[in-house]
Write a protein that binds this ligand. Structure first.
Ligand code: CA
Length: 421
């Protein structure tokens, strides 16, 4: 592990080799920061102190979100990464007596949305998840629809309701139709999570000019964890024939630290074999999956009352995805549609082959027919009020620096909660 003058505890997912970007709220406004060890390097303060002489980099680091930095493009990102590693490394030009001016303890910082989400797309790229959902939603038929192995299926979601780690999730109400009865307007009884990872785009393309797959990497800045909260009963009634709408749009949570592709490079790996071979515009010359271990932890109200720790209910991995990020981006622009700095593209629920690697409760409990038995004696089919869900992700392998994503947490609030203000 490369040495930094900022203490990095053993086992930290935020060594000098990671340096993920986020935004924190400070007394004088929003500051872009970089996570290292248990600290945040205040890049905004460092820019004001003249530590980034280039005007364009310096200005981007003083913005209130990452969007301007995202728009600078891959060369600037890689240049900034090496400058940050130099500033934070053992031969830093920052005088030892000045260093404390740029460091904020992570535990006391209030992190906010790292970038303004300009557009939001959610894919459906896990073969195991799509197969499981097909079996659950359309029993007795072929679980995978004929297009699934030919293109990365996705839908356009709601950018304005993407929220950061820690934001409470109010149980949504909607139209629900049970069996042959009349539809009712009621709080969802099937509130679910979806374990996902999303990529954030940088500089976009020109309208009418698709991004070729072998150029896609230049447009991808980094990744965050995504929890695509889902109301399965609302979804089941509304989704045919146009796909997800209000069953998904009430909230989508992301982790606060954007981990760059440069930091993830040691963990790049091959995707599963694709059969049939994709069409030429979806054929990538290189391997573009990443080995990122993912976990879902649940802490119920009872567990919190009894001071019990959260229980891990699923372990999955980003590398299980059938369709890769570069295929998703090439496909999303293949009709000439534009992407721009700050677009978020989520992977879709990431399930593995084993039942304890499923990335949603509808799969883990098979639509509530096999409730999860929690260690403290409780059962769950779907989320109850007061339940808190945390997704976390880490890359770890012998001889390689650990690259962490941190986590994204959200607790379920009852629909009838009193409104403040
Ligand atoms: Ca989803």
């Amino acid at each position: 592990m490369a040495a930094s003058w900022v203490p990095v505890p053993a086992g930290s997912g935020f060594p000098l080799e990671n340096l993920p970007y986020g935004v924190m709220s400070r007394p004088d406004g929003a500051h872009i920061g970089v996570a290292i060890g248990d600290s945040i390097f205040d890049a905004h303060a460092a820019s004001r102190a003249g530590l980034f002489p280039d005007s364009f980099l310096s200005a981007a680091l003083r913005a209130a979100s990452l969007n301007e930095l995202l728009g600078l493009g891959r060369e600037a990102w890689t240049d900034l990464r090496s400058r940050l590693q130099h500033l934070l490394g053992s031969s830093s030009p920052i005088a030892p007596e000045d260093r404390a001016n740029f460091i904020v303890p992570r535990a006391s910082a209030r992190v906010i949305m790292p970038f303004e989400v300009r557009d939001y797309v959610d894919f459906y790229s896990s073969l195991e998840h799509a197969t499981n959902l097909g079996k659950i939603m359309r029993p007795g038929t072929e679980p995978l629809l004929p297009n699934w192995r030919r293109l990365p299926v996705g839908y356009h979601g709601r950018a304005g309701t993407v929220v950061v780690d820690g934001t409470p999730i109010v149980r949504p109400r909607g139209q629900i139709k049970q069996g042959s009865g009349e539809p009712q307007f009621a709080p969802t009884a099937m509130l679910d999570i979806e374990l996902e990872v999303g990529f954030v785009t940088g500089r976009g393309n020109v309208l009418g000019e698709p991004i070729p797959i072998d150029r896609a990497r230049e447009h991808i800045f980094g990744l965050v964890l995504v929890n695509d909260w889902s109301a399965r009963d609302i979804q089941a009634w509304e989704y045919q024939p146009l796909g997800p709408f209000l069953g998904k749009s009430f909230a989508t949570s992301i982790s606060p630290w954007v981990v760059t592709l440069d930091a993830l490079e040691p963990y790049r790996t091959a995707p599963p074999k694709q059969d049939p071979a994709p069409l030429a515009y979806l054929h990538a010359a290189q391997d573009w999956n990443y080995d990122i271990a993912l976990e879902v932890a649940l802490r119920t109200k009872k567990m919190r009352t009894e001071n019990a720790s959260a229980e891990i209910i699923s372990r999955s991995n980003f590398k299980y995805l059938y369709w890769t990020m570069v295929q998703q981006l090439a496909h999303a622009t293949s009709n000439g549609a534009t992407v721009s700095a700050g677009d978020l593209f989520a992977s879709g629920t990431i399930s593995g082959a084993a039942p304890d690697s499923y990335g949603s409760l509808i799969e883990l409990t098979w639509r509530g027919t096999k409730p999860l038995k929690l260690a403290a004696g409780e059962e769950r089919r779907f989320l109850e009020d007061g339940d808190e869900v945390t997704l976390s992700g880490d890359c770890e392998a012998p001889g390689k620096p650990k690259i962490g994503f941190g986590s994204v947490r959200g607790a379920i609030m009852p629909v009838e909660r009193p409104r403040s203000g």
